[in-house]
Write a protein that binds this ligand. Sequence first.
Ligand code: SF4
Length: 459
Amino acid sequence: MLAAMPRPSATPHNQGETPIGDAPGAAPRDPVVRDRGDACPGALRLHQADDGNLARLRLPGGILTIRQVHALATAAERYADGHLTLTSRGNAELRGIAAPHATALAELLRLTGLMPSETHERVRNIVASPLAGLDGRGHDGAHATARLRALDALLCAQDWTTALSGRFLFALDDGRGDVAGLGADVTLLAQERETVVVRVGASALRVAASDAPRAALEAARAFLEAAAGTGAWRVRDLPPDHAVDLASALARAGIPATPAPVPNGQQTTPAPPPGIVASPDGTYALVVAPALGRVSAARLRALPGPGGEVRITPWRGFVVPGFDGPGARARLRELDDAGFTTRPDAPWAGVGACTGRPGCAKALADVRRDALPGTGGLPVHWSGCERRCGHPHGDWVDVTATAEGHYTVTVRGVRGVPDAPDAQEQQLPLGEGELADAVARARGGRAQAYGTGTGTTTR
Ligand code: SF4
């Protein structure tokens, strides 16, 4: 029997996330043939998890008004377990919902604009650069939010879009290269001179920025055409002879397009680190994160600032804009006191975990209890099984529970491994006693040195 590792004293637990990708490092997938629709939960289609019903709320771009922030806090307190869980798509989940509360929850979401369409609520999967328009980077920050709203409106206005699965993802990157690497099915990557590259699968075309939302919609329609009869939920599920014909789709819609190099699909700009971000207009935004992406209703209510909105990031954090300098520093201190991660070297910065036990029936361990704080370096994600739900993209450290009662620690991604884009994978089952050390060394990027550490699950 292996000894238990020391536990962090105040680790929140039972957080839920969406599986967003294949097991890292897996060989290219065979085409997927399915004979059923996807079972992705939504605001109306609750998922029966082991800790009660779960609602997943699609929040395009993660953008919330202050009223909506307070509505989510109220929903968490009245109808769920008092917490909001952030996902790797900038969405949110409520857990532990008693069945009789489902109707009242839906009504609250409707009244506050959090569910503008009952029929389309599960297809509003749109991630966007969370600092767009706030820090002077990117190509067209001023228009990024308008583009997001336009795509959301188009998605909700068409009957056929309900045929998209609840997993189909759009990414709107303002040109900085942060969300373009998150594995979306359709990516809009803003360019100079008011153009946008539309990428779907191995195709990329340049369109006028004003046509970009419609081009994204047509790319999704072309995916559905290519997917007919295959059961594919996502572009990567398509058989090789069912490629998406983006050029024909845009031509049919009357959208002028020219060839563009296919972006490499890597995240070229990392997640914004916790702290204060200066804007060219003289205001400041805060970047903060709750430990392991789970926030209480009370802490949620403490977030809003004078900017009138809060943005959830795909890295399970928040961006809060609109402060002056002293106000930003003061609020950052308050949020630090309230338990948010507010600086890059904070113990929980870059540490994530899936739901694990007891919320997930597939879990082999209570990963949220076992997860350890760190001292920076590569992002680390603790998973209760090999599905690795919600794992990061790019370079990251994978800590996964095994059926034998161990964790494996693996460096994933491309760092330091030329010509091997999915390499740097050494899974070494760990023994007893040195898990924290192994994880720390892996986060430091010393991939060849991490395997000597040891650890165990705590079942
Ligand atoms: S235990 Fe497995 S299936 Fe459950 S949330 Fe974690 S990674 Fe996903």
